[in-house]
Design a protein around this ligand. Sequence first.
Ligand SMILES: *[C@@H]1O[C@H](CO)[C@@H](O)[C@H](O)[C@H]1NC(C)=O
Ligand SMILES: *[C@@H]1O[C@H](CO)[C@@H](O)[C@H](O)[C@H]1NC(C)=O
Ligand SMILES: *[C@@H]1O[C@H](CO)[C@@H](O)[C@H](O)[C@H]1NC(C)=O
Length: 540
Amino acid sequence: MGVLKSLTIVAMVLGCLCTTMGDDPEYVYPDDWNDPNRDSFLYGTFPDDFIFSSATSAYQIEGGWNTDGKGESIWDNFTHEGGHVYRNSNGDISCDSYNKYKEDVALMAAMGLKYYRFSIAWSRILPQGTINNINEAGINFYQSLIDEMAANGIKPMITLYHWDLPQALQDIGGWDNPDIVQHFKNYAELCFQRFGDRVPLWITFNEPWIVTLFGYGTGQFAPGISEIAYTPYRVTHNIIKSHAAAYHAYNDTYKPFQNGQLGITLNSDWSEPWDRTNQTSLDASDRALQFNLGWFAHPIFKGDYPEIMKTKIAKKSTAQGLSESRLPAFTPEEIAYIKGTGDFFGLNTYTTNQAVANVEDLSNPPSYWKDSDVISWQEGSWPGSGSGWLKIVPWGIRRLINWIDNEYNVPIYVTENGVSTGDKYELDDIIRQKYYRAYINEVLKAIVLDGSNVKGYTAWSLLDNFEWGAGYSERFGLHFVDFNDPDRKRLAKGSVDVLSEIIKNNGFIKSDDKGNAHVVTSYGLAFTCFGVLLSQILNI
Ligand SMILES: *[C@@H]1O[C@H](CO)[C@@H](O)[C@H](O)[C@H]1NC(C)=O
Ligand SMILES: *[C@@H]1O[C@H](CO)[C@@H](O)[C@H](O)[C@H]1NC(C)=O
Ligand SMILES: *[C@@H]1O[C@H](CO)[C@@H](O)[C@H](O)[C@H]1NC(C)=O
């Protein structure tokens, strides 16, 4: 009897254990929006032409900072100056992808990726930034990368500007000098000429909001300029004109026979109204998005800056004793020239904020941060990550996609999404596995349930890499990179399997996905029944 009794207890314990294991809890949050299904999981597939991609950027992975004739960029200068980056790390070698790009392509191929988003280092192909000095060795590097990708059936999504301006152009004022528009156009045309026959997707700028605010407003990022009231608005003005010039060059001369699409990648958190029943709160949320995404997207997709930015900044500038608005004005010709210069909207998003209206602030000193009259914060209860700013809120990406779809009505590519973990050796990256499943599922909902026009999803990042001001202390990679190993060996993390499975199924298939869990649950129930039956028979 002793043995049977033990068996009964073991069966019951196993039964309970297996039954709970059958559930795979996704991220679930208190629902303040009266939508009981918000966090539930959706099984289904993406449209047949949906694109899965993974992203990196030149300065963050290449290394070879002065190899084969490459010129200095503002990030070379900024990191070498010291004092700006955690532990004074730099991208001199980083992942050494300049030498190991074939290995990187093999990793993508193993995941079943058909697209790869990477950026071109401007100063690798134009060391002084200008067209009169072309570095053929730099061109050859990107040709070899594209060759290797083609051999593996992987197509390029190329970012022209991912923050690494040639230092020589910064020496004449960088993005704050209107001459930059012509220099950027020349650089872009060189890229269209040399690579364009094999590039279906071009992105002019990556996250210009970060360039203007962190590069020229707070000075946290290269080139380290800190003037927050005027410079970001001037810099954005030049960036938008540069984007439009590149668009027209492509649209007029290259697109007719190269047949690619050209867009821009903007970054934003979702901005959740603190009280969805209160118009003041709804307006604050919208304002936060207009001052972030709309600042760039409105001129490009609709013509001119958002009305709310024009009126608010003009009113504040007057109250601050200025004779003209700190927000520069486009001429009617410029508005017409810029409007419609995007074939798609590239979206980088990672997290969500709550937003509530602030009292109107007309005071001096002026600052971009005060111009929108919005207070934003994140809930302490939202799960965190390896980055202080990145709280995990999957439902936010769906609402943001809906907002963009309603506002601009253009195809959307998610060009970055992902999560960091801290600087430790960890291959079973549970947080990242859950993050990708949950966020990609919300993208699926945005398409299937809401009818949003999302054409692709890009995971940031293929590799752990140089995370700007945080150096190597925050890891976003699907693959672990040991930065102390001279060989920079890459190791797949668990999230590689999770993403590969989603790519293979083009979504989430219930039988495949939950198959094992169901088997486990059935065994669990069987064990429990068996246990209950035994206990009845034996009258324990
Ligand atoms: C940064 O650039 C400036 C201007 O070109 C140059 O004078 C300086 O030496 C550079 N600093 C470093 C550390 O490369
Ligand atoms: C809406 O919120 C604002 C503060 O953001 C508050 O002053 C106002 O009373 C609220 N309105 C209603 C109808 O609750
Ligand atoms: C792009 O080129 C097409 C075909 O020539 C033209 O119809 C369209 O207006 C151009 N787009 C812009 C924004 O100029």
